[in-house]
Write a protein that binds this ligand. Structure first.
Ligand code: MN
Length: 276
C-alpha cells in the first residue's frame, strides 16, 4: 500500500474567523447576508428592494448552510458540488420572489484538493469580492460580474473611474434573477498564514484596496479587523450595507515533512465514498 497517496499532507490546519455586517448610513435595511460555518465562508448581497433582497440573500446563505459538508474538516468538495448548491439557491430564490429579487454570492470553502493539499475553493457570482492576504500582499481573487468591470476590461474606463461611475452597481450575473447565474471558481492552495477577506461592495465601494491591505496586515485579530474595516467604510460615507468576513488559517501545513512520517496522519484520513 502506498501511504504517500493515502495520507494527506497538512491536515493540521484550522480556520479562525471574524465577521461583521452593518446597515450603513443611508439604507433603510440590511440586505446582505453571510455564513461563517467551517468550512464554508460566504457573503451574499441581496437586491430587489422592499425586503426582497434580504429574502434572496438569506435563502442563498441558508442553502449553503444546509450543505452536507458543513462541519466537516477539509472535505473533498469540488466546484461541481458547489454548482449544485448554487443552482438550488437560485431556484429557491425564484420560488420565493418570482425572479424579482436576486443576490450576489462570493466566498470560499476550505477543502482538501485532489492532491491532498488544504485549498480554498473560491466562488463568485456578481460584484461581492474575495481577496487573499498572503505574505503581506492583498490580491483580489474574484473578478466582478458588473457593467463597470466590463468597461474596465475593454479599456474604456480605469478602475478608479469605475468606483464613481453612475452604473457601478449594475451586476451582470446574480442568483435568483436574470438569465446569467453562472459562478466562477478558483482552487488555491492554502499558504501558512493566509488570510481571506470576503466582503460586499458596501466595503469596497468606500474603502480602497490599499487601506484594506493596511488594516488586514496590521490588525491581528480577525474580529477586530472586521470591525476596523466596517468603521472605515462608515467614515467614508457608508452609502451601502457593509458586510465583511475574515478567515485566518492557523496551524502548520508541514509541507516540508513527508506526510507518511507524521504520527496520526493516517487516522486523520476520513473515509471516502460515504456520502450516500
Ligand atoms: Mn451592496
Amino acid at each position: 500500500m502506498n501511504s504517500d497517496e493515502t495520507t494527506s499532507q497538512g491536515l493540521d490546519v484550522r480556520a479562525v474567523f471574524g465577521y461583521a455586517s452593518d446597515r450603513g448610513l443611508r439604507r433603510d435595511q440590511n440586505e446582505d447576508s453571510l455564513i461563517a460555518a467551517d468550512p464554508v465562508f460566504a457573503v451574499a448581497d441581496g437586491m430587489g428592494g422592499h425586503e426582497a433582497g434580504e429574502v434572496a440573500s438569506s435563502i442563498c446563505v441558508r442553502t449553503l448552510g444546509e450543505a452536507p459538508f458543513i462541519g466537516e474538516h477539509l472535505p473533498e468538495v469540488g466546484s461541481a458540488d458547489l454548482q449544485l448548491l448554487l443552482r438550488e439557491a437560485d431556484a429557491g430564490i425564484r420560488d420565493a420572489t418570482g425572479g424579482r429579487a436576486g443576490t450576489t454570492l462570493t466566498g470560499a470553502v476550505l477543502v482538501r484538493s485532489d492532491s491532498g493539499r488544504p485549498s480554498w475553493l473560491v466562488f463568485n457570482v456578481g460584484d461581492s469580492r474575495t481577496y487573499r492576504l498572503t505574505n503581506g500582499a492583498l490580491e483580489q481573487i474574484t473578478v466582478d460580474h458588473s457593467e463597470v468591470q466590463e468597461l474596465v476590461n475593454m479599456g474604456q474606463i480605469t478602475p478608479d473611474e469605475a468606483l464613481i461611475h453612475p452604473r457601478r452597481h449594475v451586476v451582470t450575473r446574480a442568483l435568483g434573477t436574470g438569465s446569467d447565474t453562472g459562478a466562477d471558481y478558483w482552487l488555491i492552495p492554502v499558504e501558512p498564514g493566509d488570510r481571506l477577506l470576503v466582503c460586499s461592495d458596501g466595503l469596497t465601494g468606500e474603502v480602497s484596496d490599499a487601506q484594506l491591505q493596511q488594516i488586514l496586515s496590521s490588525v491581528a485579530n480577525p474580529q477586530d479587523a472586521c470591525a476596523s474595516m466596517v468603521e472605515a467604510a462608515l467614515r467614508s460615507g457608508g452609502r451601502d450595507n457593509i458586510t465583511v468576513l475574515v478567515v485566518d488559517v492557523e496551524g502548520s501545513l508541514e509541507s516540508s515533512v513527508p506526510a507518511a512520517v507524521l504520527p496520526g496522519a493516517a487516522e486523520a484520513q476520513p473515509a471516502s465514498g460515504s456520502t450516500d
